[in-house]
Write a protein that binds this ligand. Structure first.
Ligand SMILES: *[C@@H]1O[C@H](CO)[C@@H](O)[C@H](O)[C@H]1NC(C)=O
Ligand SMILES: *[C@@H]1O[C@H](CO)[C@@H](O)[C@H](O)[C@H]1NC(C)=O
Ligand SMILES: *[C@@H]1O[C@H](CO)[C@@H](O)[C@H](O)[C@H]1NC(C)=O
Ligand SMILES: *[C@@H]1O[C@H](CO)[C@@H](O)[C@H](O)[C@H]1NC(C)=O
Length: 158
């Protein structure tokens, strides 16, 4: 993520440099760079989203249900949860924000629990989810196959 961010900033800088001669492009490009690096105050809606995502990402029951139901890829969702989890502690501790919006961390915690008992995780229902983790002889075959394929890379590369 950090590498990507650095790359993005670098690309933005390059874009700026390229755009510099034609000044009609410049203001927009400048704005994009400023928005990417500035740290704007968090709105209640953002706090709510971050709190909800972080709570779902932190609890393994919610997280597993969400990942199975979500049409978005697991990697993208995991990155999204991680972002939210990194941001939430500061927001939870922000007294002014919690006065303004109410303690949305607390709301997310209680509501996520209530949602799960009603069979809901975020915007998805938990109906039709397989219960538990797949286990059986096929797991051994998969693990063996992975080991052979991955060590093969080392053997053939050296
Ligand atoms: C977060 O969860 C609360 C409680 O269920 C809900 O009222 C709120 O709309 C959710 N926020 C977002 C952005 O979905
Ligand atoms: C909001 O609720 C959370 C979870 O109950 C708690 O840890 C946190 O201290 C509360 N924040 C404020 C500002 O009261
Ligand atoms: C996750 O949420 C469920 C339902 O609210 C709760 O029973 C469980 O203890 C939570 N697990 C963790 C690790 O917090
Ligand atoms: C609870 O479920 C509602 C309705 O699906 C959803 O909008 C809300 O975001 C959920 N809250 C949390 C904390 O997951």
């Amino acid at each position: 993520m950090q590498l990507l961010a650095a790359l993005f900033v670098l690309l933005s800088a390059l874009h700026l440099a390229v755009a510099a001669p034609g000044d009609s492009v410049l203001p927009a490009a400048k704005l994009v760079v400023r928005q990417a690096t500035a740290n704007p105050p968090v709105t209640c809606a953002e706090y709510s989203t971050i709190a909800n995502l972080s709570v779902i990402g932190t609890n393994s029951s919610y997280r597993a249900a969400f990942l199975q139901k979500s049409p978005t890829g697991t990697l993208a969702n995991a990155a999204m949860f991680k972002q939210a989890q990194l941001k939430l502690p500061a927001l939870t501790a922000d007294a002014a924000l919690n006065r303004q919006c109410g303690n949305l961390t607390q709301v997310a915690l209680t509501e996520a629990a209530r949602n799960l008992t009603n069979g809901i995780v975020a915007q998805f229902t938990t109906a039709g989810l397989p219960v538990g983790i797949k286990n059986g002889p096929e797991v051994i075959i998969c693990v063996l196959a992975s080991m052979i394929i991955m060590s093969g890379v080392w053997i053939f590369a050296s």
